[in-house]
Design a protein around this ligand. Structure first.
Ligand code: TYM
Length: 325
């Protein structure tokens, strides 16, 4: 029996290269090794303002981009969170054993409360409890995520431990798996790449748009003139070269940037070309998938069917332990 892997992504806008390098690439890498469940977490996405007319398109978009990036539906289960009602049922139960103090410490809650001052709702506050329910409903043991989610996974371990101690052993303590790029910075070079901050390159960005975004992206800010030597160690785009460019190119840039033999524009052109080369197959596959919504519906329905069966079994076990029979 393979161990179970669970991870999720919000349908809250374009899937970007931060999501890809921080999480999705790892999902694809681990797909044969684990029994993988990937969830489009729409109940999480509604904790901030959104347009209901847009949501269905975003869900299809998230499914299509992830499949295009390598999540083969023949090898893993892809589904939508709200198609399995037990997620919120288990979240309610976990709410009753989660100390408020733990939730108040969550940095994502603090950040999002600052970003959305006009809508600091209870769902935003208890978001990590729902995330715990997502994982534990399927007894997920490993959770590949970016660094920003590690605190939430730590909390899921605490909730699992607390439940097991209070009501009896049911849940594993989930373990995060980080990629080699757990925190990709945005094109501003100052904040994490994020859908909500608009500082990203999408996985299905056009070549023209990739170049436009890279051409204004922040590099080593100490390098004011073309003739100034640069420092790749503190250049945000050099980090991206490491994931998209060829080994010889990276080695060369690491030398010629320091001696000012190459300028930022030329360096960005190389990165842009490599990114386009890397992302074009994903774009082409995405274009094909997004046109065929019937096939996407089929994949998501098959996924939800399998997950509902597992979720029902877990809830029977949970309720028995809790005396809710
Ligand atoms: P979300 O939708 O914000 O992001 C999806 C995944 O992408 C990672 N990520 C990044 N990694 C590196 N650098 C970045 N700049 C970057 N931005 C995003 C995230 O860490 C994440 O792994 N709460 C989750 C979704 C979720 C979930 C779950 C994840 C809900 N339930 C259960 C795992 C298990 C979120 O908002 O991810």
């Amino acid at each position: 029996m393979k161990k179970r892997l669970f991870s999720g992504i919000q349908p809250s806008g374009d899937v970007h290269i931060g999501n890809y390098l921080g999480a999705i690439k790892n999902w694809v890498r681990l797909i044969d090794q684990y029994d993988c469940l990937f969830c489009i977490v729409d109940y999480h996405a509604i904790t901030i303002e959104y347009d209901p007319k847009e949501m269905q398109r975003r869900i299809f978009n998230a499914a299509a981009v992830n499949i295009a990036a390598g999540l083969d539906p023949e090898k893993c289960t892809i589904f939508v969170q709200s198609h399995v009602p037990e997620h919120t049922e288990l979240a309610w139960i976990f709410n009753t054993i989660t100390p408020i103090g733990h939730l108040e410490r969550m940095t994502q809650f603090k950040d999002k409360s600052k970003q959305h001052r006009e809508n600091i709702n209870a769902g935003l506050f208890t978001y990590p409890v729902l995330q715990t329910a997502d994982i534990l409903l399927y007894k997920g043991e490993v959770v590949p995520v970016g660094e920003d989610q590690v605190q939430h996974i730590e909390l899921s371990r605490e909730i699992a431990r607390k439940f097991n101690m209070r009501y009896g052993e049911i849940f594993p303590e989930p373990q995060e798996i980080l990629s080699e790029a757990p925190r990709i910075m945005g094109l501003d070079g100052k904040t994490k790449m994020s859908k909500s901050l608009g500082n990203y390159i999408s996985l299905v960005e056009s070549p023209e748009s990739i170049w436009k975004k890279l051409s204004t992206a922040v590099t080593d800010e100490n390098r004011k003139r073309r003739t100034d030597p640069g420092n790749p160690d503190i250049c945000n785009l050099f980090t991206l070269h490491k994931y998209f460019s060829k080994k010889e190119q990276i080695e060369r840039i690491n030398v010629v940037c320091r001696t000012a033999e190459i300028g930022c524009i030329e360096c960005k052109k190389i990165l842009s070309e490599n990114m386009v080369e890397h992302l074009t197959p994903i774009c082409l596959k995405y274009e094909r998938l997004i046109k065929n919504t019937d096939s996407l519906v089929n994949i998501l329905q098959t996924g939800a069917k399998r997950c509902r069966r597992m979720a029902e079994e877990t809830m029977i076990e949970v309720k028995k332990k809790m005396g809710l029979v």
